[in-house]
Write a protein that binds this ligand. Structure first.
Ligand code: ZN
Length: 220
């Protein structure tokens, strides 16, 4: 079936863009001029591609303040060229020292990982299936809703651990770069972020905050 109205949709987006750019320069005429020289973001956000979790908007940051990589279910896929390029550019070139790994409740990727999926989706979500298997005893008695909820939290902790064990991060810490990773989880239903865990590199452990499970987990 032909999709009607695509020109009109683009026109609307262009109009919205012009209005947005106008609002930005209304109080700060040099807003965009400042950004043209070089980007110097303070944060690197690794989050889910879900349309309800727009990175810079939910932490109220402006363009230029956060470098962003998003994929289905915020997975740290070692060997994925897209992920590796974003991580390398963020840490080695932009020298960002604060990484945010952000999951969210009600994640469709987590939900899908519990089902049998064909092809690429199954391949992408394989680490999530493996995670569910590793935590089988903790998850065994939960109903479907509680299970998805807990898997979304565990996924933040596990992806932070996977990121902390990544050679690019290890090299940065080894060169005495002061850097930290925080794991956050977003609730689509109320717009609020929770602080799940953090790691600063010194003790090779992810510190999990009260209410999100075990006190800490080791990574290699
Ligand atoms: Zn998601």
């Amino acid at each position: 079936m032909k999709y009607e109205g695509d020109d009109a949709a683009v026109t609307t987006l262009l109009q919205r863009n012009r209005a947005w750019a106008g609002r930005k320069t209304e109080t700060d005429p040099n807003f965009f001029a400042r950004l043209t020289g070089q980007q110097r973001p303070r944060y690197f956000w690794i989050g889910c591609a879900d349309s309800r979790v727009p990175a810079t908007e939910i932490v109220d940051l402006d363009p230029g303040e956060m470098f962003v990589h998003r994929n289905v279910a915020n997975v740290v896929h070692v060997g994925d060229p897209n992920f590796e390029a974003a991580l390398g550019y963020a840490v080695e070139t932009l020298e960002i020292r604060h990484i945010l790994l952000v999951g969210h409740y009600g994640c469709g990727g987590i939900d899908a990982s519990l089902a049998e999926l064909p092809g690429f989706a199954s391949q992408w979500l394989r680490p999530l299936k493996a995670m569910a298997a590793r935590h089988e005893s903790e998850l065994a008695d939960l109903d479907k809703e509680a299970l998805c909820h807990r898997l979304c939290e565990l996924n933040v902790i596990e992806q932070v651990a996977a990121l902390a064990a990544h050679p690019i991060i290890g090299a940065a810490w080894n060169s005495r770069r002061d850097m930290r990773i925080d794991g956050l989880i977003y609730a689509v239903g109320d717009g609020l972020l929770g602080h799940v865990c953090s790691v600063t590199g010194g003790d090779r452990r992810v510190a999990v905050r009260t209410g999100y499970g075990a006190a800490s987990i080791a990574f290699r």
